[in-house]
Design a protein around this ligand. Structure first.
Ligand code: SF4
Ligand code: SF4
Length: 251
């Protein structure tokens, strides 16, 4: 399918690709191991700090981080050129990874006697994650795992099945919705929809966007606010807005 190549998507692709190129530098700030290791020493590491920041940011901008700046998301977009099969089910699998890991972090801080310090460069003393040849082995092993998962299970499989960062932002969104805060979200005007389902076909997170448009509820825990549904809809049905969940229908 030919995609509408809007300026917004060009900007998004450029940003996310630049972040992907910097992945060897920033890898440790996404590390579940470093966060856990730090917890057992009573240290809030750079990665745990980032996860906390992403939780707070999700109260205002949902999962826009995933759609606009996640290096793993960019890599999965590249892998989707080989296997673009939709993955609409079993999103709960990632909680099998996240829950025990998060419990270990809490346990680590309890065992260490609480939080002793915040150390953003913990286990990354020179600020660069991959700084010697052996670390490149780790780096390419990580990429290889993402590649195998994407090839075996389809588009953005890691987001659905393995990401330990997504749950922080999903909980943030649920908190925001429960409180009724205004935040960045999608809005739709169902009356202009011609049922072509191009939005659904183009959603990298395999969300049935057309169904959401029809039910006038654009909220979905897996939406990464990439805007591909909006930018591929020739009718201009979908757009960004800043509001509460109740206002997800365009006026
Ligand atoms: S791409 Fe636009 S017109 Fe087509 S189904 Fe989606 S919202 Fe409706
Ligand atoms: S629903 Fe739209 S904005 Fe959300 S992930 Fe799918 S394509 Fe991106």
């Amino acid at each position: 399918m030919k995609k509408e190549n809007t300026m917004r998507q060009k900007i998004r692709n450029t940003i996310i690709f630049i972040v992907f190129l910097s992945f060897p530098v920033i890898l440790n700030y996404f590390s579940p191991y470093i966060s856990m290791n730090g917890a057992f020493e009573g240290i809030i590491s750079g990665s745990l700090l980032l996860f906390g920041i992403l939780f707070v940011s999700s109260l205002l901008i949902g999962r826009a981080f995933c759609g606009w700046t996640c290096p793993v998301g960019c890599f999965q977009d590249i892998c989707a050129r080989i296997n673009n099969k939709r993955r609409p089910k079993h999103h709960w699998i990632k909680y099998l990874v996240w829950t025990p890991w998060f419990i270990f972090i809490v346990f680590g801080f309890v065992r260490a006697g609480g939080i002793k310090k915040i150390h953003p460069l913990y286990m990354t003393e020179n600020g660069i994650s991959v700084s010697d040849p052996m670390q490149f082995v780790t780096y390419f092993t990580v990429l290889f795992v993402f590649l195998i998962l994407a090839l075996a299970a389809g588009r953005h499989a890691f987001c659905h099945y393995g990401c330990w960062i997504a749950p922080f932002m999903i909980f943030g969104r649920k908190t925001r919705n429960a409180i009724g805060w205004h935040s960045l979200q999608l809005q739709a005007n169902p009356e202009s929809c011609i049922d072509c389902k191009t939005c659904t076909k183009n959603c990298p997170m395999s969300i049935d966007v057309w169904h959401q448009v029809k039910t006038a509820d654009m909220e979905h825990g897996d939406c990464i606010l990439c805007g591909q549904c909006a930018d591929n809809c020739k009718q201009g049905v979908i757009g960004y807005a800043f509001g509460s969940r109740k206002s997800s229908q365009k006026n």
